[in-house]
Unconditional design. Structure first.
Length: 344
């Protein structure tokens, strides 16, 4: 670790202490006590999720670019939340799966990256099909002197990941569920690539990837589910959840004729799709603050965000109830698939 990097990490420690105190305050609050939230959740605890999203997208973390101290700090917050909710580390060595972050313009000597992998055991731990729930926590960092905080992209998904983990720790699933906070999405899906290539991760047992990327911003209350075009057998599951969802759950953005609006290869789920694994990607359509310095927590419609996270929980619950059938839907690997990545 360079002296500059060590100094930057040390400077974040005071901020960390303040934020940990903030988690305790949020844990005392019910949804009805949170300004801007009227929805009473069925599954998740919204307070800690909202606080974590706020912390991850704060200026102090300088945009969470992979290979930077701000990204390291973000990973530390997520790991602390994983530990607090009772999630178990999945890997023999603990929580972190190393991710090699490549040099890029503006960052000639990046630090090491890492995914965080936790799990909730099912009724027969270590056997049978499992679900992999993912969300990336990195963002764009600082560009031209401006901090890109990435509140919707993707502090929202990373914080929701911890809320879902907490629910399933309290309400154990039938099947094993892995919860993975991914690094390196914005620079070419590096964390997802490391995940699917690691022999310690039982990809052959994985029946479904549920990926959350940008789940907090919709002025019309719409959350999209992408992936059913490639696995039509998932349509009944999505329709079942949509019928009772507290948001408008729409199917789409996964057909070749959608062109640039085909999201099949535009986030980490692309790596699972490449393997022939069914996936459901949850996200909102692009908004004016996408990949801009104005993607801040202050502009997130909190009520929609909480509703979206509860809906994501419903989808995982439904998948868990039907997982053997979903596992049978896996296809042969697609050797022609070319995940786009976001390297810039």
């Amino acid at each position: 670790m360079t002296q500059k990097r060590a100094f930057a990490l040390a400077a974040l420690l005071g901020f960390v202490a303040v934020c940990l105190g903030g988690f305790l305050l949020w844990q005392e609050r019910q949804a009805r006590d949170i300004p801007g939230v009227t929805y009473e959740t069925r599954f998740i605890d919204p307070g800690p999720m909202l606080h974590l999203a706020d912390v991850l997208s704060s200026d102090a973390l300088e945009g969470r670019a992979s290979g930077t101290p701000g990204n390291d700090a973000a990973r530390g917050f997520i790991r602390k939340r994983f530990e607090d909710v009772g999630l178990l580390p999945f890997l023999p060595g603990g929580w972190e799966q190393p991710v090699t972050i490549l040099p890029r313009p503006g960052l000639d000597n990046p630090g090491p990256g890492a995914n965080l992998i936790g799990w909730v055991p099912g009724e027969t731990p270590g056997t049978g099909p499992l679900i992999i729930v993912t969300a990336h926590y990195d963002h764009l960092g600082i560009r031209n002197g401006e901090i890109y905080n990435g509140a919707d992209d993707n502090a929202s998904g990373a914080a929701a990941l911890t809320a879902l983990a907490e629910y399933f720790v309290r309400q154990p699933p039938r099947h094993d569920i892995l919860f993975v906070a991914l690094d390196g999405e914005e620079v070419g899906f590096l964390g997802a690539r490391a995940l699917v290539r690691d022999p310690a991760v039982p990809i052959d047992r994985a029946a479904l990837n549920i990926n959350m990327d940008m789940v907090s911003r919709s002025d019309v209350g719409e959350l999209y589910v992408t992936g059913t075009f490639h696995t039509p057998g998932l349509v009944p599951l999505v329709e079942q959840v949509a019928a009772k969802a507290p948001v408008t759950l729409r199917i789409g953005h996964d057909r070749p004729e959608d062109g640039v609006n085909d999201w099949t290869t535009q986030s980490d789920h692309a790596l699972f799709h490449e393997l022939g694994m069914p996936f459901l990607y949850l996200g909102v359509e692009d908004h004016p603050d996408y990949h801009k310095p104005t993607d801040d927590f202050s502009v997130i419609p909190l009520d929609f965000y909480v509703r979206a996270a509860d809906t994501a929980t419903s989808i995982v619950r439904a998948a868990d109830a039907n997982l053997p059938d979903i596992h049978a839907l896996r296809r042969a690997p697609d050797e022609t698939a070319q995940p786009e990545g976001h390297a810039e």
